[in-house]
Write a protein that binds this ligand. Structure first.
Ligand SMILES: Nc1nc2c(ncn2[C@@H]2O[C@H](COP(=O)(O)OP(=O)(O)OP(=O)(O)O)[C@@H](O)[C@H]2O)c(=O)[nH]1
Length: 212
């Protein structure tokens, strides 16, 4: 018989989900497939950040979206309803497959590392029935870098189907834990200019002094 520590058991019950639906209209191409300076795609980079903490990882996509990935995809039920719709579909899967919670991370975070996610995991392990959401300033919670217990399925489905589908506004009025993590880690890239600026910063950071 295998005996797990309670921490290991909890991690085994966490589903990782990368939000990659939406329109990507400001970027003009799929953000998931953008090439990182390391050679991987942005989607692969975010999956690697989730990997140490999750039993399995899925990608939340628009209903007819085609992505080149070996990860399983979870399509939204309706097109372009926003991230709440993706989170609701992921929580439905979490419930069906017996996961305690889903760690949701949007795909457009090139500076995120798995170390950045550790405090979020620790907060959820300490209080597994509450949502744990990242914040950079202690004031505004980031609903797209957060752990949602599977029991929030009904509430998230109501947001996704309601008149106000803003997950940001819903989280603001919903009791949750806020966990401060590095500002840069949750800095999303939405436009080609932001993406190019990120690349330039990385190239400068990795340049040897003699190259500068
Ligand atoms: N599954 C799912 N994910 C979404 C949806 N809308 C946005 N996302 C994801 O949520 C994150 C933040 O999305 P935004 O940058 O606000 O929107 P976007 O559609 O990607 O881009 P824009 O068209 O430029 O606004 C990204 O990782 C998106 O892939 C949606 O309707 N369904």
């Amino acid at each position: 018989m295998t005996i797990h520590s309670s921490q290991t058991t909890q991690r085994l019950s966490l589903l990782g989900a990368i939000l990659a639906g939406g329109r990507s209209s400001r970027m003009g191409s799929s953000k998931a497939m953008l090439p990182m300076p390391t050679g991987t795609t942005l989607l692969e980079h975010v999956a690697a950040c989730l990997n140490p903490y999750c039993r399995s990882i899925v990608v939340s996509v628009a209903p007819s979206q085609q992505l080149t990935t070996s990860l399983p995809t979870v399509p939204d039920t309706d097109a372009s309803q926003g991230p709440a719709s993706g989170i609701a579909s992921v929580l439905q899967l979490a419930n069906q497959q017996g996961f305690a919670a889903a760690m949701i991370v949007s795909v457009d975070l090139p500076a995120l590392t798995s170390t950045d996610l550790a405090p979020l995991i620790a907060a959820w392990e300490a209080d597994p029935d509450r949502i744990a959401a990242a914040t950079a300033d202690g004031q505004f919670s980031e609903p797209l870098v957060a752990i949602y217990p599977a029991t929030y399925l009904e509430q998230l489905t109501a947001v996704a189907c309601g008149t106000d589908r803003s997950i940001m506004r819903w989280l603001r009025r919903t009791p949750h834990q806020t966990i401060t993590i590095r500002r840069e880690a949750i800095q999303d890239v939405d436009t080609p200019e932001q993406w190019n600026a990120y690349h330039d910063r990385e190239v400068r950071k990795n340049a040897r002094p003699s190259d500068r």
